[in-house]
Design a protein around this ligand. Structure first.
Ligand code: PNS
Length: 176
């Protein structure tokens, strides 16, 4: 409920990392961030900085700005960039939880592999999965990049700040 005191469902003080590429941030990501932020004391949205992608839609600093803007209403959410191993970054932040969203069964195999690898490297770090809301279960950054590059409309898939940045790319004067 709006205005209600924040109450963590996990152990008080729990710090979680929500890692990803976020190129671009989607409504599905935002949904996971909003729901995840209710479970923990601190949620750090961590953007991978040393990505190998040849043609990103947004550079990493712009992605950080976008996520900060889109999560400004969530007081226990922070945004940061990370390079190297996720488990090392998480340990450095005193995090005990990695948060990931799962949309469909097709996500499961890759997510299971990552979670098990991360657990082998740092057994004290638990990966927690949230099921994406069904209304966003088909939305992926990769598809959005493709639609944008082919001139399609992504209005219903991404937050307004992403739309504004996309418009600004087409016409730089459009950004306030
Ligand atoms: O949004 P993505 O691309 O699905 O996010 C993938 C991400 C960034 C979570 C993953 O590639 C990652 O953790 N990279 C950091 C390097 C690392 O720790 N690799 C070992 C675990 S697979």
């Amino acid at each position: 409920m709006p205005g209600q005191a924040l109450e963590s469902h996990l152990k008080p003080g729990t710090v979680a990392i929500y890692p990803g590429s976020f190129d671009p941030l989607t409504n599905g990501h935002l949904d996971v961030i909003a729901r995840g932020s209710k479970l923990v004391s601190r949620l750090i949205v961590a953007v991978l900085t040393n990505t190998q992608k040849a043609t990103p839609l947004f550079a990493v600093p712009e992605r950080l700005e976008i996520i900060k803007h889109a999560t400004a209403h969530l007081p226990n959410v922070e945004v940061d960039g990370f390079g190297g191993l996720l488990v090392d970054y998480a340990a450095g932040q005193n995090a005990t939880v990695i948060l990931r969203g799962i949309r469909a069964i097709s996500d499961y195999e890759n997510e299971l592999q990552m979670a098990l690898l991360n657990r082998r490297m740092r057994p004290d770090l638990e990966t927690v999965f949230l099921m994406a809301s069904e209304e966003y279960s088909f939305v992926s950054s990769r598809m959005i990049r493709e639609i944008v590059q082919l001139g399609g409309d992504v209005t219903s898939f991404v937050p307004p700040v992403v739309l504004a940045r996309l418009r600004a790319k087409i016409s730089p004067d459009a950004l306030d």
